[in-house]
Design a protein around this ligand. Structure first.
Ligand SMILES: Cc1cc2nc3c(=O)[nH]c(=O)nc-3n(C[C@H](O)[C@H](O)[C@H](O)COP(=O)(O)OP(=O)(O)OC[C@H]3O[C@@H](n4cnc5c(N)ncnc54)[C@H](O)[C@@H]3O)c2cc1C
Length: 472
């Protein structure tokens, strides 16, 4: 069958934005007639997880945007894309599909299957709108991928070219046919606890762009303050990067454009964190089992304890270690946790409770609004010591010392553990070290108003070191 002006498809995936969107821009170019499709369960997101709740809300916003700006209604399907794409191909002669690459190995596998199915029928035009570099581009002298961050990022910087961010398409030619029943008014898949999460962060491209405007202010003092959870001194861009509401290319463009106005150390430190994101993706690309398998196979023999009760206490912020509990409660309340506290809580799970990092990774996957398969997996393996360029196994965070150093006055702890709010800084990091009468003055009774510590850190540390040594 031949068609006079066949439409093309732009397939919306994890790219909930119209700014600096390569696949969308290319699909809308040259007056092509466009169909916009979305498969609501194509990406592997757990129903009810924080990221899914975020996605649903972001989807509502972008649906409205496409409708109001371009008169374009999304074709939203729930099922096997092959069947629907085949119908669109057969009914309307679609032979080109524009997509932004999703680097989640599960999605990549599905994409490959679909592309294979439509070989000779549909061309998939695939763009990298999620990272600064195509992972294939960054190789060491031996032609392999980098396993150490510093040379990796140096290599990236030597090749860095930032595009001028693309403006949203001025106009989109909407392909019209009465058989296409688009949607533009949705209120599906809302979860009750979503309201709670959105008290703290707002999903969608509009909110992301407001933050982008503040870039200079957001990272003022970043190099000095970024490690202190009570100082609101990091960008909180992660949820917008993760869901493709903000392009990393555009962030880097603004950073470079405003370089003269930004403190040099803040500039270097912030861009190097963007580098860590690139690094995580590079590792994931080359080692797709990163979410499930130890990068360093030596760790396959590690003897995890896997105490279920302790795992539940960790998840619910009831370990008796205030800094750990504050982090876990912040996570459950807001869907976000400060980076330093992610390291402390993760280290506590893996090296104090001896619980497999994969269980922690999974819990973060369910509860983080910024869940990102590359950063989360790399972050956990880094802490566990099993990853590339990871923290050495003998570096075991002491939660009390971390707390004294990074939350000196205990204000972060007080924010998330209201029962400790009256404790003076001296007592708040390790309340169990003080006499019952000292605590009573502040209405704290361990075991009643706040838990006793569930383990003895120094014994746990010795045990972890012994188990790690066995790996040799
Ligand atoms: C156990 C563990 C799990 C993590 N899980 C995730 C996750 O699921 N999603 C996620 O985006 N990040 C994750 N991180 C990395 C980091 O904690 C977050 O990116 C950061 O806290 C997000 O806050 P921000 O946007 O204010 O960061 P900023 O400090 O403002 O940094 C700017 C951006 O740089 C990137 N970045 C910063 N730190 C890191 C890092 N250590 N590794 C990789 N990229 C980084 C992020 O994209 C971030 O948005 C994890 C870290 C650990 C230790």
């Amino acid at each position: 069958m031949s068609f006079s002006k066949s439409p093309v498809i732009y397939w919306l995936r994890e790219d909930f934005r119209i700014h600096d969107n390569l696949a969308l821009t290319e699909a809308a170019k040259d007056n092509k007639n466009l169909i916009l499709v979305y498969f609501s369960n194509y990406l592997d997101k757990q129903p009810g997880s924080a990221e899914k709740v975020w996605i649903n809300n972001s989807f509502l916003e972008i649906t409205k945007k496409y409708h109001e700006i371009y008169g374009l209604n999304i074709q939203c399907y729930d099922g096997d894309p092959i069947q629907y794409l085949d119908d669109l191909h057969k009914n309307f002669g679609v032979s080109e599909i524009y997509i932004n690459e999703v680097f989640d190995p599960r999605t990549k596998k599905k994409d490959e299957k679909i592309k294979k199915y439509f070989t000779d029928q549909i061309i998939f035009k695939t763009y990298n709108s999620h990272l600064l570099f195509d992972p294939e581009e960054i190789k060491n002298n031996a032609g392999s991928y980098f396993k150490v961050y510093s040379p990796f990022w140096r290599n990236c910087l030597s090749k860095l070219i930032i595009r001028k961010p693309l403006r949203p398409p001025k106009k989109i030619n909407v392909f019209q046919d009465k058989r296409l029943k688009g949607i533009h008014d949705l209120s599906f898949n809302q979860y009750l606890w979503a309201d709670k999460l959105f008290k703290y962060f707002t999903p969608g491209e509009n909110a992301a762009r407001l933050k982008l405007k503040e870039l200079g202010n957001l990272i003022k003092g970043y190099s000095i303050n970024r490690d202190f959870p009570n100082k609101d001194s990091t960008s909180k861009f992660s949820m917008y990067f993760a869901r493709g509401e903000l392009s990393v290319n555009e962030v880097m463009f603004h950073l470079i454009k405003n370089k003269a106005k930004i403190n040099k150390d803040d500039y270097i430190k912030f861009s190097s964190q963007i580098g860590w994101r690139e690094f995580s993706y590079n590792i994931l690309y080359n080692f797709p089992n990163l979410p499930q398998r130890n990068f360093n196979q030596k760790f396959d023999n590690f003897e995890w304890e896997g105490n279920k009760k302790n795992f539940t206490l960790w998840k619910s912020g009831q370990t008796g270690f205030p800094i750990v509990d504050a982090g876990m409660r912040e996570l459950y309340e807001t869907g976000y946790m400060h980076n330093r506290v992610r390291m402390i809580t993760a280290s506590f799970l893996v090296k104090d409770l001896l619980i497999d990092w994969r269980l922690g990774r999974k819990w973060f996957e369910e509860t983080l609004i910024d869940h990102d398969i590359a950063n989360n997996s790399a972050g956990w393996q880094w802490v566990a010591g099993s990853g590339t360029d990871a923290a050495p196994y003998f570096r075991i965070f002491n939660p009390s010392l971390q707390s004294e150093r990074f939350d000196k006055e205990g204000n972060y702890i007080k924010k998330w553990i209201p029962e400790l709010k009256d404790l003076p800084a001296k007592l708040i990091h390790s309340p169990w070290k003080f006499h019952v009468s000292d605590l009573k003055k502040y209405n704290i009774e361990l075991g009643k108003t706040y838990p006793y510590p569930i383990i003895d850190h120094s014994k746990a540390r010795d045990k972890a070191l012994m188990l790690y040594k066995k790996l040799k």
